[in-house]
Design a protein around this ligand. Structure first.
Ligand SMILES: [Zn+2]
Ligand SMILES: [Zn+2]
Length: 166
């Protein structure tokens, strides 16, 4: 997983810890390590990616613990979820107003900020649909890495039949 700059990670971690403590959640070693991975992740990981990252430092952690911790944090309003999109729900420890860039090829998700987009005025019609907790813009496209891969050309696919070369 891509990692955030240190100070921002510490801030997010402190916020998760403070929120959990306030809700009476015991800060076990495993939970703290999951919080730490989540706070450091820049790529909106899904539960599986978080499991693999946490397991490197806490070999005894289970997928079940990861899921329970994530949904606990989500219920406490300490993290957000994205999707459900392809590949399942993803988790976001960034609660500052921000927007998302999503790659349609590889599923990469990155945050970006825009005062203009954050000040967006929703049409009246939205109120008729229900209450609004937050709104953000999702920009979709093909990321730079995927485009670079395309430019280099795909590796030739193995074929069962024989093909003559020109
Ligand atoms: Zn991509
Ligand atoms: Zn985000």
């Amino acid at each position: 997983m891509r990692k955030k700059p240190h100070t921002q990670v510490e801030q997010r971690l402190e916020r998760l810890k403070a929120g959990a403590r306030k809700a009476g959640v015991k800060l076990t070693h495993q939970r703290l390590e999951i919080f730490r991975e989540l706070a450091a992740a820049e790529d909106h990981p899904d539960a599986d990616a978080l499991f693999r990252a946490t397991q490197r430092r806490v070999p005894t952690v289970s997928v079940d613990t990861i899921y329970r911790t994530l949904w606990m944090l989500q219920e406490l309003g300490l993290i957000n979820t994205l999707g459900p999109d392809r590949g399942g729900v993803r988790f976001d420890a960034n609660l500052e107003p921000h927007h998302h860039y999503l790659c349609l090829r590889c599923g990469l998700v990155r945050d970006f900020e825009s005062a203009d987009l954050s000040a967006i005025r929703l049409p009246e019609a939205v109120n008729a649909l229900g209450s609004v907790a937050d709104a953000h813009v999702e920009v979709r496209g093909v990321c730079a890495a995927c485009r670079a891969g395309e430019a280099m050309g795909r590796a030739p696919r193995p074929t069962t039949g024989k093909r003559s070369t020109t």
